[in-house]
Design a protein around this ligand. Structure first.
Ligand SMILES: CC(C)(COP(=O)(O)OP(=O)(O)OC[C@H]1O[C@@H](n2cnc3c(N)ncnc32)[C@H](O)[C@@H]1OP(=O)(O)O)[C@@H](O)C(=O)NCCC(=O)NCCS
Length: 229
């Protein structure tokens, strides 16, 4: 299986290096180019009819990325929206989508290899201190407070993104909405982060740990959480 597919038209992002972000067996596809309704299949176009321009652009670009991944895995059909927003893929494939203002991406994999995958992209600095109480508990905030100012901003954004990537990975398996306080980030920085479940979630016991890979590409932070089979 190929491990890395990028839009041939993609502009170079400063320090773009996805090494170690996506495990072997996953198929990522990223682009900085926005796509329009021409990339949608008929039923995708139908469900997105009432969308505003930003949502529509995100949806089209996300579907373009996701289909570019699933094509490689042998599926080129429509990808509709399921429960609570998750993308609906055929039983043999798992996949995930994310968009920031400058970068969109998707990752897919065979369900024989991965139970689920979750991707998130955030622009660094999106999370300010006023939001910490909504996203982080006292231990997490205490760790962030111990960091120098620029590290604090970067790590807070990484932690937020890692929780969202974890959420997207877990939702298709548990069907559960999890709040930011249902999970905790261990006090780690760098490219491998660890999310701990503070409450039981479907088949996952309280205290279970999940790895989330993180990379900084220019001003964008990309996080990825995969559960191998
Ligand atoms: C759903 C959510 C994670 C999406 O993140 P976001 O930063 O707003 O948007 P992104 O561009 O990164 O991702 C959007 C994509 O997420 C996917 N998505 C939405 N809901 C999903 C779900 N329940 N499960 C899996 N993927 C989902 C969709 O593919 C969507 O793109 P699309 O609508 O074009 O198909 C976020 O809006 C949310 O509701 N978060 C609250 C729950 C949470 O994160 N808890 C953290 C602790 S576990």
């Amino acid at each position: 299986m190929k491990n890395g597919n990028f839009d041939p038209e993609m502009l170079p992002l400063p320090s773009l290096d996805f090494q170690g972000l996506f495990p072997v067996g996953t198929v990522p596809f990223f682009t900085q180019n926005r796509r329009g309704v021409e990339v949608l299949l008929p039923r995708e176009a139908e469900i997105s009819e009432g969308y505003g321009s930003k949502r529509l652009s995100d949806f089209c670009t996300g579907r373009y990325c996701l289909r570019s991944c699933t094509n490689i895995l042998g599926f080129s059909g429509e990808i509709l929206i399921g429960d609570r927003g998750m993308p609906i893929l055929p039983p043999g494939i798992v996949g995930t989508v994310s968009h920031s203002k400058v970068l969109s991406g998707a990752v897919a994999a065979l369900a024989n290899d991965f139970l689920s995958v979750g991707l998130d992209i955030e622009s660094n600095g999106r999370i300010n201190r006023d939001m910490w109480h909504l996203l982080f508990n006292d231990d997490e905030s205490g760790f962030l407070n111990s960091l120098a100012a620029d590290e604090q901003v970067l790590t807070a954004t990484k932690y937020f993104s890692a929780k969202e990537a974890f959420y997207k990975m877990q939702y298709p398996l548990t069907g559960m909405y999890l709040d930011f306080h249902d999970v905790e980030m261990l006090p780690e920085q760098g490219d491998t982060l660890c999310v701990v479940l503070l409450n039981e979630a479907g088949p996952f016991e309280k205290g279970r740990r999940f790895e989330v890979n993180a990379k900084v590409a220019g001003n964008e932070i990309i996080t990825f959480c995969a559960l191998p089979k």
